[in-house]
Design a protein around this ligand. Sequence first.
Ligand SMILES: Nc1nc2c(ncn2[C@@H]2O[C@H](COP(=O)(O)OP(=O)(O)OP(=O)(O)O)[C@@H](O)[C@H]2O)c(=O)[nH]1
Length: 295
Amino acid sequence: MFDGLRKKFAALFGRGGGSEEVVKRAEVEEKILEILLEADVSLETAEKIVKRMEERVRAMGRKVGMNDLREALRSVVVEMLQGARPPVDIMEQAKKPYVILFLGINGTGKTTTIGKMAHLIKKSGRRVVIAAGDTFRAGAIEQIAILGEQVGVSVIKHSSGGDPAAVAYDAIEHAASRGIDFVLIDSAGRMQTNRNLMDEMKKIKRVAKPDLTLLVIDAVVGQDAVNQARAFAEAVGFDGVILTKLDTDARGGAVITVAEEVGKPIYYLGVGQGMDDLMPFDPVWYANRIVPSPE
Ligand SMILES: Nc1nc2c(ncn2[C@@H]2O[C@H](COP(=O)(O)OP(=O)(O)OP(=O)(O)O)[C@@H](O)[C@H]2O)c(=O)[nH]1
Protein backbone atom coordinates (compact mmCIF):
# COMPACT_ATOMS: atom_id res chain seq x y z
CA MET A 1 0.00 0.00 0.00
CA PHE A 2 1.21 3.53 -0.87
CA ASP A 3 4.32 1.96 -2.34
CA GLY A 4 5.10 4.89 -4.61
CA LEU A 5 5.64 7.20 -1.65
CA ARG A 6 6.90 4.61 0.79
CA LYS A 7 9.70 3.25 -1.37
CA LYS A 8 10.90 6.62 -2.57
CA PHE A 9 10.96 8.16 0.89
CA ALA A 10 12.68 5.04 2.27
CA ALA A 11 15.35 5.36 -0.41
CA LEU A 12 15.74 9.10 0.14
CA PHE A 13 16.09 8.94 3.89
CA GLY A 14 18.35 5.94 3.73
CA ARG A 15 18.52 2.94 5.96
CA GLY A 16 20.15 3.48 9.31
CA GLY A 17 23.82 4.40 9.03
CA GLY A 18 24.82 7.80 7.82
CA SER A 19 21.43 9.36 8.32
CA GLU A 20 22.74 11.76 10.97
CA GLU A 21 25.09 13.34 8.47
CA VAL A 22 24.57 16.98 7.78
CA VAL A 23 22.90 17.28 4.39
CA LYS A 24 22.12 19.90 1.86
CA ARG A 25 18.62 20.72 2.97
CA ALA A 26 17.50 22.41 -0.22
CA GLU A 27 18.42 19.35 -2.28
CA VAL A 28 16.46 17.02 -0.05
CA GLU A 29 13.47 19.33 -0.05
CA GLU A 30 13.55 19.51 -3.82
CA LYS A 31 13.53 15.72 -3.96
CA ILE A 32 10.61 15.52 -1.48
CA LEU A 33 8.64 17.91 -3.66
CA GLU A 34 9.34 15.74 -6.69
CA ILE A 35 8.27 12.55 -4.90
CA LEU A 36 5.02 14.15 -3.72
CA LEU A 37 4.22 15.38 -7.23
CA GLU A 38 4.89 11.92 -8.68
CA ALA A 39 2.44 10.52 -6.12
CA ASP A 40 -0.19 12.86 -7.57
CA VAL A 41 -0.24 15.41 -4.77
CA SER A 42 -1.02 18.84 -6.23
CA LEU A 43 1.79 21.36 -6.59
CA GLU A 44 0.14 23.71 -4.11
CA THR A 45 -0.16 21.05 -1.41
CA ALA A 46 3.30 19.62 -2.08
CA GLU A 47 4.81 23.10 -1.76
CA LYS A 48 2.90 23.69 1.44
CA ILE A 49 4.32 20.49 2.93
CA VAL A 50 7.87 21.41 2.03
CA LYS A 51 7.46 24.98 3.29
CA ARG A 52 6.15 23.80 6.66
CA MET A 53 8.98 21.30 6.88
CA GLU A 54 11.44 24.06 6.24
CA GLU A 55 9.94 26.20 9.01
CA ARG A 56 10.23 23.28 11.36
CA VAL A 57 13.85 22.49 10.66
CA ARG A 58 14.82 26.18 10.73
CA ALA A 59 13.30 26.45 14.18
CA MET A 60 15.76 23.79 15.33
CA GLY A 61 18.43 26.47 14.96
CA ARG A 62 21.24 24.10 13.97
CA LYS A 63 22.47 22.10 11.02
CA VAL A 64 20.08 19.32 10.27
CA GLY A 65 20.60 15.68 9.38
CA MET A 66 18.47 13.24 7.44
CA ASN A 67 16.74 12.04 10.59
CA ASP A 68 15.62 15.59 11.39
CA LEU A 69 14.24 16.03 7.89
CA ARG A 70 12.43 12.72 8.00
CA GLU A 71 10.83 13.52 11.35
CA ALA A 72 9.90 17.00 10.15
CA LEU A 73 8.21 15.57 7.06
CA ARG A 74 6.34 12.99 9.06
CA SER A 75 5.09 15.49 11.61
CA VAL A 76 3.98 17.95 8.91
CA VAL A 77 1.99 15.17 7.20
CA VAL A 78 0.36 14.20 10.51
CA GLU A 79 -0.47 17.83 11.27
CA MET A 80 -1.97 18.33 7.82
CA LEU A 81 -4.11 15.22 8.10
CA GLN A 82 -5.32 16.01 11.62
CA GLY A 83 -7.68 18.54 10.10
CA ALA A 84 -9.44 15.71 8.26
CA ARG A 85 -10.16 13.65 11.37
CA PRO A 86 -13.88 12.98 11.74
CA PRO A 87 -15.64 15.18 14.30
CA VAL A 88 -17.85 12.31 15.45
CA ASP A 89 -17.33 8.62 16.06
CA ILE A 90 -19.98 6.96 13.94
CA MET A 91 -19.99 3.89 16.16
CA GLU A 92 -20.84 5.99 19.25
CA GLN A 93 -23.97 7.71 17.94
CA ALA A 94 -26.87 7.80 20.41
CA LYS A 95 -29.60 8.78 17.93
CA LYS A 96 -31.70 5.86 16.76
CA PRO A 97 -31.79 5.10 13.95
CA TYR A 98 -28.68 6.94 12.83
CA VAL A 99 -29.10 7.28 9.07
CA ILE A 100 -26.10 7.33 6.73
CA LEU A 101 -26.43 7.99 3.01
CA PHE A 102 -23.64 6.92 0.66
CA LEU A 103 -22.95 8.82 -2.58
CA GLY A 104 -20.36 8.56 -5.30
CA ILE A 105 -19.71 8.06 -8.97
CA ASN A 106 -19.95 4.63 -10.58
CA GLY A 107 -17.75 1.87 -9.34
CA THR A 108 -16.03 3.72 -6.50
CA GLY A 109 -17.01 0.94 -4.10
CA LYS A 110 -20.15 2.30 -2.43
CA THR A 111 -21.96 -1.01 -2.24
CA THR A 112 -18.92 -2.91 -0.97
CA THR A 113 -18.23 -0.16 1.58
CA ILE A 114 -21.80 -0.40 2.90
CA GLY A 115 -21.28 -4.14 3.41
CA LYS A 116 -18.06 -3.40 5.30
CA MET A 117 -19.71 -0.70 7.43
CA ALA A 118 -22.63 -2.98 8.25
CA HIS A 119 -20.14 -5.65 9.29
CA LEU A 120 -18.24 -3.18 11.50
CA ILE A 121 -21.41 -1.96 13.19
CA LYS A 122 -22.57 -5.50 13.81
CA LYS A 123 -19.21 -6.46 15.27
CA SER A 124 -19.53 -3.51 17.68
CA GLY A 125 -22.70 -5.11 18.99
CA ARG A 126 -25.23 -2.72 17.43
CA ARG A 127 -28.04 -3.37 14.98
CA VAL A 128 -28.11 -2.17 11.41
CA VAL A 129 -30.27 -2.40 8.30
CA ILE A 130 -29.32 -1.62 4.70
CA ALA A 131 -31.53 0.21 2.16
CA ALA A 132 -30.93 -1.07 -1.38
CA GLY A 133 -31.19 2.42 -2.86
CA ASP A 134 -29.35 1.63 -6.09
CA THR A 135 -32.43 0.74 -8.11
CA PHE A 136 -30.74 1.99 -11.27
CA ARG A 137 -27.87 -0.39 -12.07
CA ALA A 138 -28.91 -3.88 -13.11
CA GLY A 139 -27.69 -6.33 -10.50
CA ALA A 140 -27.06 -3.73 -7.77
CA ILE A 141 -29.97 -4.90 -5.59
CA GLU A 142 -28.80 -8.48 -5.85
CA GLN A 143 -25.22 -7.47 -5.07
CA ILE A 144 -26.21 -5.69 -1.86
CA ALA A 145 -28.57 -8.53 -0.91
CA ILE A 146 -25.67 -10.99 -1.19
CA LEU A 147 -23.41 -8.74 0.88
CA GLY A 148 -26.18 -8.37 3.48
CA GLU A 149 -26.47 -12.12 3.71
CA GLN A 150 -22.72 -12.50 3.95
CA VAL A 151 -22.50 -10.19 6.96
CA GLY A 152 -25.86 -11.21 8.45
CA VAL A 153 -27.68 -7.90 8.02
CA SER A 154 -31.23 -7.35 6.64
CA VAL A 155 -31.57 -5.51 3.36
CA ILE A 156 -34.74 -3.54 2.56
CA LYS A 157 -35.35 -3.59 -1.17
CA HIS A 158 -37.93 -2.78 -3.83
CA SER A 159 -37.89 -3.96 -7.39
CA SER A 160 -35.32 -2.70 -9.86
CA GLY A 161 -36.21 0.68 -11.37
CA GLY A 162 -38.20 1.70 -8.27
CA ASP A 163 -37.97 4.99 -6.41
CA PRO A 164 -34.82 4.96 -4.23
CA ALA A 165 -36.30 7.59 -1.91
CA ALA A 166 -39.17 5.19 -1.14
CA VAL A 167 -36.70 2.39 -0.35
CA ALA A 168 -34.82 4.68 2.02
CA TYR A 169 -38.07 5.74 3.69
CA ASP A 170 -39.15 2.12 4.19
CA ALA A 171 -35.79 1.15 5.65
CA ILE A 172 -35.93 4.03 8.15
CA GLU A 173 -39.50 3.06 9.18
CA HIS A 174 -38.39 -0.54 9.52
CA ALA A 175 -35.46 0.46 11.75
CA ALA A 176 -37.51 2.91 13.84
CA SER A 177 -40.21 0.37 14.59
CA ARG A 178 -37.69 -2.27 15.67
CA GLY A 179 -35.22 -0.16 17.62
CA ILE A 180 -32.45 -0.73 15.06
CA ASP A 181 -29.45 1.56 15.58
CA PHE A 182 -28.29 2.30 12.03
CA VAL A 183 -29.68 2.60 8.50
CA LEU A 184 -27.15 2.56 5.64
CA ILE A 185 -28.55 3.80 2.34
CA ASP A 186 -26.95 2.72 -0.92
CA SER A 187 -27.44 4.91 -4.00
CA ALA A 188 -26.92 4.56 -7.70
CA GLY A 189 -23.48 5.56 -8.93
CA ARG A 190 -23.74 8.75 -10.88
CA MET A 191 -21.39 10.85 -12.85
CA GLN A 192 -21.20 14.23 -11.25
CA THR A 193 -22.27 15.68 -14.58
CA ASN A 194 -25.57 13.78 -14.80
CA ARG A 195 -28.17 16.30 -13.69
CA ASN A 196 -31.13 13.91 -13.54
CA LEU A 197 -29.36 11.49 -11.26
CA MET A 198 -28.11 14.34 -9.12
CA ASP A 199 -31.71 15.60 -8.79
CA GLU A 200 -32.83 12.14 -7.76
CA MET A 201 -30.12 12.19 -5.11
CA LYS A 202 -31.46 15.43 -3.72
CA LYS A 203 -34.85 13.78 -3.40
CA ILE A 204 -33.40 10.83 -1.46
CA LYS A 205 -31.72 13.31 0.84
CA ARG A 206 -34.92 15.31 1.33
CA VAL A 207 -36.91 12.21 2.17
CA ALA A 208 -34.35 10.29 4.23
CA LYS A 209 -32.94 13.34 6.07
CA PRO A 210 -29.68 11.48 6.72
CA ASP A 211 -27.68 12.26 9.85
CA LEU A 212 -24.52 11.81 7.82
CA THR A 213 -23.91 11.82 4.07
CA LEU A 214 -20.66 10.21 2.98
CA LEU A 215 -19.05 10.54 -0.43
CA VAL A 216 -17.22 7.39 -1.50
CA ILE A 217 -14.13 8.20 -3.56
CA ASP A 218 -11.78 5.77 -5.29
CA ALA A 219 -8.23 6.70 -4.26
CA VAL A 220 -6.86 5.62 -7.62
CA VAL A 221 -8.33 8.70 -9.33
CA GLY A 222 -5.79 10.92 -7.56
CA GLN A 223 -6.48 14.58 -8.03
CA ASP A 224 -9.78 14.02 -9.82
CA ALA A 225 -11.10 13.23 -6.33
CA VAL A 226 -11.15 16.97 -5.74
CA ASN A 227 -13.30 17.61 -8.83
CA GLN A 228 -15.73 14.86 -7.88
CA ALA A 229 -16.02 16.22 -4.35
CA ARG A 230 -16.61 19.73 -5.61
CA ALA A 231 -19.41 18.62 -7.94
CA PHE A 232 -21.15 16.57 -5.25
CA ALA A 233 -20.76 19.36 -2.71
CA GLU A 234 -22.47 21.79 -5.05
CA ALA A 235 -25.24 19.52 -6.25
CA VAL A 236 -26.17 17.50 -3.18
CA GLY A 237 -23.86 18.30 -0.28
CA PHE A 238 -22.04 15.78 1.90
CA ASP A 239 -20.42 15.66 5.34
CA GLY A 240 -17.43 13.42 4.90
CA VAL A 241 -15.49 11.04 2.71
CA ILE A 242 -14.63 7.36 2.57
CA LEU A 243 -11.57 6.71 0.41
CA THR A 244 -11.53 3.25 -1.14
CA LYS A 245 -9.08 0.97 -2.93
CA LEU A 246 -6.02 2.25 -1.11
CA ASP A 247 -4.60 -1.24 -1.45
CA THR A 248 -4.43 -0.74 -5.21
CA ASP A 249 -3.30 2.90 -5.12
CA ALA A 250 0.33 2.56 -6.14
CA ARG A 251 1.04 6.27 -6.04
CA GLY A 252 -0.35 6.91 -2.58
CA GLY A 253 -0.98 10.64 -2.64
CA ALA A 254 -4.77 10.65 -2.68
CA VAL A 255 -5.05 10.68 1.11
CA ILE A 256 -3.04 13.91 1.33
CA THR A 257 -4.87 15.50 -1.59
CA VAL A 258 -8.32 14.70 -0.23
CA ALA A 259 -7.44 15.68 3.35
CA GLU A 260 -5.99 19.00 2.29
CA GLU A 261 -8.16 20.00 -0.66
CA VAL A 262 -11.64 18.55 -0.19
CA GLY A 263 -12.16 20.26 3.14
CA LYS A 264 -14.26 17.45 4.64
CA PRO A 265 -13.34 14.81 7.16
CA ILE A 266 -12.21 11.37 6.03
CA TYR A 267 -14.10 8.75 8.03
CA TYR A 268 -12.71 5.47 6.78
CA LEU A 269 -10.23 3.97 4.33
CA GLY A 270 -11.09 0.96 2.19
CA VAL A 271 -8.07 -1.32 1.99
CA GLY A 272 -9.30 -4.42 0.16
CA GLN A 273 -12.30 -6.29 -1.13
CA GLY A 274 -13.02 -8.29 2.02
CA MET A 275 -15.65 -7.28 4.59
CA ASP A 276 -12.95 -6.60 7.21
CA ASP A 277 -10.99 -4.31 4.90
CA LEU A 278 -12.20 -0.99 6.26
CA MET A 279 -10.12 1.00 8.70
CA PRO A 280 -10.76 4.23 10.56
CA PHE A 281 -8.79 7.15 9.20
CA ASP A 282 -5.63 7.56 11.26
CA PRO A 283 -3.12 10.32 10.33
CA VAL A 284 -0.28 8.83 12.38
CA TRP A 285 -0.67 5.40 10.79
CA TYR A 286 -0.63 6.94 7.31
CA ALA A 287 2.42 9.16 8.00
CA ASN A 288 4.38 6.22 9.44
CA ARG A 289 3.41 4.16 6.47
CA ILE A 290 4.55 6.61 3.79
CA VAL A 291 7.62 7.88 5.66
CA PRO A 292 9.04 4.67 7.11
CA SER A 293 11.68 4.59 9.82
CA PRO A 294 15.01 3.10 8.77
CA GLU A 295 15.19 -0.64 9.30
N1 LIG B 1 -9.11 -3.54 -3.99
C1 LIG B 1 -10.20 -2.97 -3.53
N2 LIG B 1 -11.35 -3.11 -4.23
C2 LIG B 1 -12.47 -2.53 -3.75
C3 LIG B 1 -12.47 -1.75 -2.54
N3 LIG B 1 -13.72 -1.28 -2.36
C4 LIG B 1 -14.46 -1.75 -3.39
N4 LIG B 1 -13.72 -2.49 -4.22
C5 LIG B 1 -14.11 -3.18 -5.48
O1 LIG B 1 -14.54 -2.21 -6.42
C6 LIG B 1 -15.51 -2.76 -7.29
C7 LIG B 1 -16.72 -1.83 -7.36
O2 LIG B 1 -17.33 -1.83 -6.11
P1 LIG B 1 -18.90 -1.60 -5.90
O3 LIG B 1 -19.12 -1.67 -4.42
O4 LIG B 1 -19.69 -2.46 -6.77
O5 LIG B 1 -19.01 -0.11 -6.40
P2 LIG B 1 -20.28 0.87 -6.47
O6 LIG B 1 -19.75 2.23 -6.18
O7 LIG B 1 -21.37 0.38 -5.61
O8 LIG B 1 -20.63 0.73 -7.99
P3 LIG B 1 -21.90 1.34 -8.79
O9 LIG B 1 -23.09 0.64 -8.25
O10 LIG B 1 -21.59 1.02 -10.21
O11 LIG B 1 -21.90 2.76 -8.53
C8 LIG B 1 -15.82 -4.14 -6.74
O12 LIG B 1 -15.11 -5.10 -7.49
C9 LIG B 1 -15.28 -4.09 -5.31
O13 LIG B 1 -14.89 -5.34 -4.81
C10 LIG B 1 -11.21 -1.60 -1.83
O14 LIG B 1 -11.09 -0.94 -0.80
N5 LIG B 1 -10.13 -2.25 -2.39
